[in-house]
Design a binder for this molecule. Sequence first.
Ligand code: GTP
Length: 414
Amino acid sequence: MNEDIQKEDNIRCLTLLGHFGFDCLPHQLMNKSVQQGFFFNILCVGETGIGKSTLIDTLFNTNLKDKKSSHFYPNVGLKIQTYELQESNIQLNLTVVKTVGYGDQINKEASYQPIVDYIDAQFESYLQEELKIKRSFVDYHDSRIHVCLYFISPTGHSLKSLDLLTMKNIDSKVNIIPLIAKADTISKNDLQKFKCKIMSELISNGIQIYQLPTDDEATMHVNTSMNGLLPFAVVGSMDEVKVGKRMVRGRQYPWGVLQVENEDHCDFVKLRDVLLYTNMEDLKEQTHTWHYERYRCSKLQKMGFTDVGPDNQPVSFQEIYEAKRQEFLDQCQREEEELKQKFMQRVKQKETAFKEAEKELQDKFEHLKRVQQKETMKLEEERRQLEEEIIDFYKMKAASGTLQTQGCTNIRKD
Ligand code: GTP
């Protein structure tokens, strides 16, 4: 115990006498991970026919390509394919998401939106799993994108505005590794200038691309030199070409063979090493600790969650829940009150309208009644006049009868 070192206030560093076995912990972790298998999700963004499928095939030595995409899609879409790959006893669940119709529309302003939506949707699905009461991460298919291979057209000139716009919109959501596609179509000198131009454009537009980590001694040197080589100039091919006595993968031209796996010819091997050999775990870690964390943070903040209150004191989940619940109840009450007010107002409006209509009807009725009374009086007057005329007629008739009788009597006397 004399050798025991007092490290901090109450932490002592003990020298163990014997073997206890916890030095096997890394092996336990490794065995568990191997049993579970690994997920790796790649997003390939690039114009139609730029060489996305060929590069993925070349990377994994597979033949995943089905058929060529059309150039006439009205919108940008995404094609998702999942594969199970096995190397030694390691199983890799590989998901490749490729853009379809990217760069083919006249108006390219919204071309990045389906890509952003897809990345966010994978974060959202992971967040939903995290928020579940019964979480099941053991058999959860983590579909969050770990790396975006951005295929730049080998124009040798500069980035297109579509490239800048898309990268600007996804750089906070995913690790971007820019690639100069079909690099065999550019001369060595032009390629170097093109690389410098691209990097300066990315910097001047404030676009963050994936920086290979340089804090680990084992990979520090190689990653530093790789960072200096970005964007990687890649060539893809599944063709086997004869070079000397060997068969190599490459592209045969009238003037010679471009060997895909020859580091003097292109950066394909460097890309493969970065992706699969040295930095796959870092890409996954960056996705989880930076990109997903940023999404989760902003989503929870939007939902009203916070770590500290206005008084800078920590706020518990229970307090937030209570506050949110109260806020919700208050809002419900406010809305109910508003609805009631609106209802009363409408009832009043209807009542007034009915009263007005009733008054109008009453006025009409009174008017018609008066007209009818006048008509009746007029008819009554006419009937009275007619009766008087009839009486006068009879009187006159009687008088003329009397006169006639008297006339006859006088004639007889004569
Ligand atoms: P879509 O999925 O249809 O959008 O195409 P894509 O981007 O997957 O391109 P694909 O891999 O189908 O390649 C299109 C054409 O380009 C094919 O004829 C390939 O042989 C050719 N190609 C692919 N990679 C390279 C390359 O590195 N250099 C050259 N010169 N041609 C290539």
